[in-house]
Design a protein around this ligand. Structure first.
Ligand SMILES: [Ca+2]
Ligand SMILES: [Ca+2]
Length: 203
């Protein structure tokens, strides 16, 4: 039973269920406590689709893949559904997103790179199926990402530029408390395995 719980917890953290519609941040005004590791899932071009826009500042989206800056592509002045191809990225490459804001600021999808360590990103898995402007999304594995563009977080609605990447996964980075729970779970699995081995030896 404990093993099942630990396994279920691990799966929930590592492979978030895909959202059926293009996701939105449901807790505006409150900083998103969740942080992410983004990974390219297959060899091929990395294409971003622009799916939503808020605020009055102009934003441009850049991508760093495996430490290499692929540059700025998508902007929130494009029509909804417009896409930008950032070029070839190999499977397993870690991705970092950033926005260049018209007020001169830059924010990253890794909060530790932002002023005050503020989280400027909300993300969820998205399974496709919707139409947004120019784009209809075939079923697949997409990472939805919404950015907050205001210094200090502003209204924290995470919808100042919204995009999806096909064949990209955003893994939730567990918080310290969750790590403690996970380690405790793995410890219990180890204890029960040892108990089973001992039971076999003594029989
Ligand atoms: Ca905002
Ligand atoms: Ca905007």
């Amino acid at each position: 039973m404990r093993k099942k719980m630990a396994t279920a917890l691990t799966l929930a953290l590592m492979a978030p269920a895909a959202h059926a519609a293009i996701p939105i941040y449901t807790n505006p005004g409150v900083q998103n406590p969740v942080t992410y590791n983004f990974t390219k899932l297959s060899d091929g071009d990395l294409t971003a689709f622009f799916v939503g826009d808020g605020g009055s500042l102009r934003l441009r989206l850049g991508v760093i893949a495996g430490g290499v800056d692929l540059g700025i592509g998508l902007t929130d002045s494009l029509p909804l559904g417009a896409s930008f191809n950032y070029g070839f990225v190999a499977a397993g490459t870690e991705l970092l997103f950033y926005i260049r804001v018209s007020d001169g600021n830059t924010y990253f999808s890794d909060p530790s790179l932002n002023p005050g360590g503020l989280n400027h990103v909300y993300s969820e898995a998205y399974g496709g199926g919707d139409t947004r402007g120019l784009a209809t999304f075939v079923p697949g594995t997409y990472a939805y990402v919404g950015f907050e563009d205001l210094p200090g977080g502003g209204d924290l609605d995470y919808e100042d530029i919204e995009f999806v990447f096909l064949n990209v996964r955003g893994d939730v980075i567990p918080e310290p408390a969750t790590w403690a729970l996970l380690i405790a779970g793995f410890g219990l699995v180890g204890v029960s395995a040892r108990r089973r081995r001992m039971a076999v030896h003594s029989s």
